[in-house]
Design a protein around this ligand. Structure first.
Ligand SMILES: [Zn+2]
Length: 247
């Protein structure tokens, strides 16, 4: 039998999906509904269009899955997605089927937006950061850590080259990032933060981890502080240029 044979409209009350088959009076009781659209990432209450059920054969056990077709109700999105439920208990006597939300597919990772000043200085940083962020959301943690490390190097070097106007661009491009920080970053607090970000970033590429009590979130936090520093420095410059003297 084709899956299409199972696809019939369903109606829904809060936390209750009416059963798929007109002759089947059982009710599907869900533990929760999708609350976020996997495409636009906004909070939503999805509309339900239909559903399939199918058996998944594992090595030892068979499980019953129910896939509910949903649509994002927001006018500028209206994307279709699937809420995947697993049947926990099928109570013939009570005519109720308890199903549990497992996942929503497809999962489209979100991207992080950066201040214009950061985009202007290092579009490569924004691109590499967001590739890493996507990898992180897809649980590819080994790759995302290395990516954040690379993104940070682009951010610091691009900023030093474009804004601090380092004389020898080729030299800075080839220079080890630690040396760049030591030599060209004036603000001591930021120098200390940027150094630590690089230490943690290097851990993401080493065979053996040195900072065992730190993880990718610490690295991201240090990157954020570096971003705040650049943003703050540049915004301060803009204001001082536009208001050089008192009136
Ligand atoms: Zn949406």
């Amino acid at each position: 039998m084709m899956y299409e044979d199972y696809m019939i409209p369903i109606s829904i009350e809060p936390y209750r999906i009416i059963s798929r088959d007109e002759d089947d009076t059982r009710q599907l009781l869900v533990n929760k509904e999708p609350t976020k659209c996997p495409f636009c990432h906004h909070k939503i209450a999805p509309k339900y269009l239909g559903m399939f059920d199918r058996e998944i054969c594992g090595e030892k056990i068979k499980t019953q899955q129910i896939q509910v077709i949903c649509i994002c109700p927001l006018d500028d999105c209206r994307e279709l997605f699937i809420a995947n439920y697993l049947v926990k208990e099928d109570d013939d006597v009570a005519k109720e089927v308890y199903i549990e939300l497992q996942s929503v597919s497809p999962y489209i990772p979100s991207i992080r937006k950066f201040e214009t000043v950061i985009q202007k200085f290092s579009p490569e940083f924004v691109d590499i950061y967001n590739q890493s962020y996507k990898a992180e959301q897809l649980q590819l943690s080994s790759i995302s850590g290395m990516g954040y490390r690379k993104a940070l190097e682009f951010l610091i070097k691009d900023y030093l080259i474009k804004q601090v106007k380092v004389q020898n661009v080729d030299e800075i491009k080839k220079m080890l990032i630690g040396k760049c920080i030591d030599q060209y970053i004036q603000n001591d607090n930021i120098k200390q933060i940027a150094k630590r970000a690089i230490w943690l970033g290097n851990d993401e590429t080493h065979y053996e981890r040195r900072w065992i009590d730190k993880d990718i979130n610490d690295l991201k936090q240090l990157i954020d502080i570096t971003i705040y520093w650049i943003t703050m420095t540049e915004k301060t410059k803009e204001i001082l240029q536009s208001m050089p003297n008192g009136k």
